[in-house]
Structures are given as C-alpha cells and as structure tokens.
Design a protein around this ligand. Structure first.
Ligand SMILES: [Fe+2]
Length: 415
C-alpha cells in the first residue's frame, strides 16, 4: 500500500490538538539536540559495546526478568542482546529445515527467504520455551500507569514474520527506518497520544514504555502491537557481516524524529504508512548514532523497541551466511487477538501475515508451496496459544483484570 498524505495538514492538526507554543517547542528541541550530541559522542566512543547484553541464564536467575545490572541501560537504549537463548546446534537444525522448505519450493517460485513465514523450523524457534521466557521478560519492561489498559505481558502472542538468509558478499541492507507505523505517529488520533509529552514541548517526560494507546491503535498496515522487534540469530553476525545497526538512545531519537518534523519549515515527504524512513538527508543525527550490534552467535536473541531507528549493513564481508529469524515480543491484548483471528486464516492458506497482505496486496508465494507446510497440530501447546489456536488458561494468581483480558481475548479467538 502506498499512500500519499497531506503532511502539512497532519502537522498542523497536531499543533491544534496540543497547542504547543512555538518557542516552547523550539526550546525543547534545542535542549534535545544538546543531549543527543553528547550521546552520539559516547556511542561513537564505545561502539558496539554501547548495546546492553546479558546471558539467558541471567534472565532465568532473575525470575524471568531482565537482569538488574542491565535494566536501566536497556530502558535508556531501547535494545538488548540476550546470548545463548537457544542451543546453537538446535538453531542450525532449524535453519536447515527452513532452507529445505525454502529450496524445496523455490524451484517453481524463485522466492526469497525474507517472504517465507510458515516454515515449520520458524515455528519451532518461535515456540522455543527459552525464547518464550525472553519474550515475556521483554514485554514486562512495559507498564500501565493508568491501570486501564487491557493487556497481559506474561501471555505472549506471536506476529508471523519472515527470515533473512544472506550469503557472504550478497548485496542487501536497509537504510535507517523505524517500523510500527510512519505518519500515523502524527496523524492517528489514538496513536499520537503515545507521544503527548513531545507534542507539549516536554520530551524529557516521554515514557516510551507506557503501554497506554499502544494496544488500541490498529494502523493501516500495523494492526498488531509489537512491544519489541526482534530476531534470533541463525548464524554468527557482527560488524561488517551484513547485520543490524541500532540507534541506542530511545527517548531522544524518538523525540528527535517527531519534533524535527514539527519545526521543519521545509517539510520533506514521508512515502509510506507502514514504516518511516529515517534516511540521512531527513534525520542526520539518527544516522550518526547508528551502531552495529556486538558479535552474536546462533541462538542469541536481539531485541529493539518498536520506536527505535535501525538499519541493516549493506556490506557483508563475513565468510559464512548472515541469517536471522524475525520474532518480536508482543503481549496478549484484544487488538492482537483480533489480528490472530485473521492470521489464522492466512496461516491456513500458507500465506504471509495479514499486515503484509494489507501492505503488498497479495498473500505471497507460500500458498503455492506444496512441500512441508506445517499444520496446527505440528505446533506445541505454547506455540498454539501464541498463535491463538488454543486458549490461554486463567491462572490462579491472575489478578482481576488479567482474568478479564484473558477471557475477552479467548472469546475473540472463538473459545
Ligand atoms: Fe525494520
């Protein structure tokens, strides 16, 4: 879906809704630039080490939560690498299954691995018990200050996405961008309230982990709340090996790309609604802050907040493939349950997920795959629950709201 928007009108409406005084906004932006420039100097000094890391055993030892030693850094940067989540031999086996599925069907279709979403090997990674624990830990970084949001971070739901299997020397890469919407951050009545502090000239008060409005904002091609984007490494990866770069200053970079548009006298065009370009000519400071992740091995999990800018290196000078399976972290909420109802249909057809269908206008090539298409019974119990094929139980220790949300979501899913 390519949409053209009245960008100036959208910006004007934000100003009318929140009535920020121009000088207050400008002063806020000036303060922001000072902080960002200091952060960039520090990020460039530290390089990949700036990205927080921990081991899966640290998460387990902390009762399934992000370890205290890195917690504040994770919140500030908006990203985390958890090492050794899935044993590497198991991940390599899953990658082989994905490749067999892909190559086994490729002959007729010539499809790229990126669009392959239904390989059984992918589902086996998505439902791996260790990964599920990490997803819950990531979801639990979010909170609900109002107490009114219908969500449950400990009962994850899964958004089907593809994978990347990239051989050495292969061209590829992506310019800086942010997913989970583009112009909707200014335009969508619910969604733009996530950024109220920024619109009011108080970016320092922006709480990027407040779940309010996130679970009630279905966007044109982002109808599923992904608290964190993420991938499981299916190969080693690191600097110059065709991997991801992150902009590890969550609040500041979010305020920067939001405010710059409000203050820019010569607005440039945003081309899409499903993700937003953060390319250098529009947002140079985002690009100055991008840093490649530290080295990872098969089975490591890389997470980044849904508002965080990122890019993928264009060069891949490693000696082996650079491969990942995209698996984000998402909580149970009614909006996600609604999406699962539609995803159920696309899964049965073997096609891409609903957001991708809405964006691209077709279900992709997998509907015509004949070999090794998984069925619902191939999934584990937790895999079925994350896909909405089985209901989550109401647990004894669930509070009243969690009980209500669980029952409401189960009802949406037909249970
Ligand atoms: Fe992305």
């Amino acid at each position: 879906m390519v949409a053209h928007w009245d960008q100036k009108g959208v910006i004007q409406k934000v100003k009318e809704d929140y009535q920020p005084k121009e000088d207050v906004l400008q002063a806020s932006y000036d303060r922001l630039l000072t902080v960002i420039k200091e952060k960039i100097a520090e990020i460039q000094r530290q390089g990949p080490k700036f990205i927080p890391e921990c081991d899966f055993t640290d998460v387990e030892a902390n009762n399934g939560q992000v370890p205290e030693e890195v917690l504040q850094r994770v919140k500030d940067t908006g990203c985390l690498i958890i090492h050794n989540v899935i044993p590497d031999e198991e991940v390599l086996q899953r990658k082989k299954e994905i490749e067999d599925y892909w190559y086994g069907n490729q002959e007729r279709l010539g499809v790229k691995a990126r669009g392959v979403m239904n390989a059984l090997g992918l589902f086996k990674l998505r439902e791996h018990p260790n990964l599920v624990k990490c997803i819950v830990a990531a979801n639990s970084l979010w909170h609900d200050p109002s107490g009114d949001v219908e969500w449950c971070p400990t009962k994850p739901m899964v958004y089907l996405d593809g994978c990347r299997i990239r051989n050495p020397g292969e061209e590829g890469g992506m310019l800086a961008h942010v997913d989970s919407g583009g112009i909707e951050r200014w335009w969508h009545d619910e969604y733009k309230q996530c950024y109220k502090a920024v619109w009011e000239g108080k970016w320092e008060e922006l709480d990027s982990y407040d779940v309010s409005y996130r679970t009630t904002s279905p966007l044109p091609t982002n109808k599923f709340f992904r608290a964190f984007q993420g991938w499981i490494a299916m190969s080693e990866a690191g600097q110059d090996k065709g991997t991801i770069r992150l902009c590890p200053m969550l609040k500041e970079q979010t305020a920067y790309y939001l405010l710059k548009q409000l203050l820019d006298k010569e607005l440039k065009h945003w081309p899409t609604v499903h993700s937003m370009s953060l390319r250098n000519e529009l947002f140079p400071l985002i690009n100055d802050a991008l840093v490649t992740i530290p080295d990872v091995q098969p089975g490591d999990y890389v997470l980044w907040h849904c508002d965080l800018g990122h890019s993928v290196e264009y060069t891949h000078n490693g000696e082996k493939d650079s491969s990942v399976a995209y698996i984000g972290a998402s909580p149970m909420c009614p909006m996600n349950a609604e999406y699962l109802v539609r995803q159920h249909e696309t899964f049965l057809k073997g096609g891409k997920g609903p957001d991708f269908v809405d964006r691209d206008g077709d279900g992709g090539p997998e509907a015509d795959f004949t070999e090794s298409r998984p069925a619902i019974d191939d999934l584990s119990d937790i895999g079925k629950k994350m896909m909405g094929f089985l209901p989550y139980e109401v647990n004894e220790d669930d509070d009243e709201k969690t009980r209500e949300v669980t029952l409401k979501c189960n009802k949406i899913l037909g249970f």
